[in-house]
Ligand binder design. Structure first.
Ligand code: K2U
Ligand code: ZN
Length: 171
C-alpha cells in the first residue's frame, strides 16, 4: 500500500531510528509498501522514517544496466568510506522541489540484513553511493539540508512550512 510521505519539518524525521530486532511478516510488508511508495513518488530511495516508521529500514532501486534492482536494507551500516568525495545535487521526497549540492564520500561499503535474514555487504559508487548515504542519514534523523549553511537551511524550512500550511488549507 502506498503510504503518505512526511514533509519537513516533522519531529519524526529527526529521530534516531530503532534497529529491527527480527524480520517479521510486518517488516516485509513495510518494505513492500516503502518500495511501492518510492516508485509512486517517484524516487530512487526511501527510508522508513519518511513514512512515519522510526525503524532502521531503507529501500533503493539501484538500476543496473537498465534492469531495476529493488533492494531493502535492514539495519544498514557504513563499514568503509572512501577518502575521495563527490558532489551531487540532492533532493528529498520529504523536502519537495528543493535541491542543493551535497559533498559525500564517493564510495562506501555497506553491511545490512536482507529480508531473508542473511547479512549482506556491498560497495556502492556513483549515484548509489550518494543515495545509500542519504537514506542512512534519514535513519539517524539527518536531512541533506543539515549539510547546508544556516541561512539556506532556514529558507528551505520556511518554504516547507508554507507548503504544509497550503496543503492543510487545500485539505
Ligand atoms: O530519501 C529520499 O528522499 C529519496 C531521495 C533519494 C536520493 C536523494 C539524493 C540523491 C539520490 C537519491 C530522492 O528524492 S529520490 C529522487 C531522485 C531521483 C533521481 C536522482 C536523484 C534523486
Ligand atoms: Zn530524503
Amino acid at each position: 500500500m502506498i503510504r503518505p510521505i512526511l514533509i519537513h519539518p516533522d519531529p519524526r524525521l529527526k529521530k534516531v531510528c530503532d534497529p529491527v530486532a527480527q524480520i517479521t511478516p510486518e517488516i516485509r510488508q513495510l518494505a513492500a509498501d516503502m518500495l511501492e511508495t518510492m516508485y509512486d513518488a517517484p524516487g530512487i530511495g526511501l527510508a522508513a522514517p519518511q513514512v512515519g516508521v522510526t525503524k532502521r529500514i531503507i529501500v533503493m532501486d539501484c538500476i543496473k544496466e537498465g534492469d531495476p534492482e529493488p533492494m531493502a536494507l535492514v539495519n544498514p551500516e557504513i563499514i568503509w568510506s572512501s577518502e575521495d568525495l563527490s558532489v551531487y545535487e540532492e533532493g528529498c521526497l520529504s523536502i519537495p522541489e528543493q535541491y542543493a549540492d551535497v559533498k559525500r564520500p564517493a564510495e562506501v561499503k555497506v553491511r545490512w540484513l536482507g529480508l531473508d535474514g542473511q547479512p549482506q555487504e556491498r560497495q556502492f559508487s556513483g549515484l548509489w553511493a550518494t543515495c545509500v548515504q542519504h537514506e542512512i542519514d534519514h535513519l539517524d534523523g539527518k536531512l541533506f539540508i543539515d549539510y547546508l549553511g544556516p541561512l539556506k537551511r532556514q529558507m528551505i524550512t520556511r518554504k516547507m512550512e508554507k507548503l504544509k500550511r497550503e496543503r492543510a488549507r487545500a485539505g
